[in-house]
Ligand binder design. Sequence first.
Ligand code: SF4
Ligand code: SF4
Length: 203
Amino acid sequence: MDALTCIKKLGYVGVLDFATVDEDGAPQVRNISAIHYEGTDIYFLTARGKYFASQLKRDGRVQILGYTRYKETIRVSGRAVEVPEEEQLRWRNVLYQEQPYLENVYPGETKNIDTMFVIRDYTIEYFCLSTRPITREYFAVGNAQLKPKGYVIGKDCIGCGTCQAVCPQGVVSEGTPYGIDANHCLQCGSCAENCPAEAIRRL
Ligand code: SF4
Ligand code: SF4
């Protein structure tokens, strides 16, 4: 898997969930289909008067979620910026050509209320439940930085093997200390909950 393949998969999914936070810090999520992919750049459209647009302008943080028919979850976390005025028309035309239904929503000159945003710097979390063990991968696109996630086993490990026994995916290996294969970990926490030495830490 790689970042561009994840983005192509999102394109096949079509309609994606876009989450933002409002002025009270509450989550706000909506379905968005007016999306154009330019390489790994994600362009999308909304209207300037929508709460979605004002949340993006105020905060910019956005999380996108798509789920494929192959039980793959693809999560994009990044920052959206409004496309500069001089480029707005170009990208809006591209999107309207790709998705003619938009003309039905904003016919003729009424589409002038639209505004385009783009996400260039983001991280991707790929999570696939159709493999055994499950697959989990992370990618950084543009200037985004990955934050470590998951569980690690520290030097307090006494080698009892309990974590290995309770792991639903069999991704704990013996050693000093024992180890977790992060690319196949569910992040369920069972190992940490059952460790008698409290040697397992969530990042
Ligand atoms: S349960 Fe804790 S102490 Fe036992 S092997 Fe796993 S990490 Fe080490
Ligand atoms: S978090 Fe769950 S899946 Fe991951 S190693 Fe621990 S028990 Fe296994």
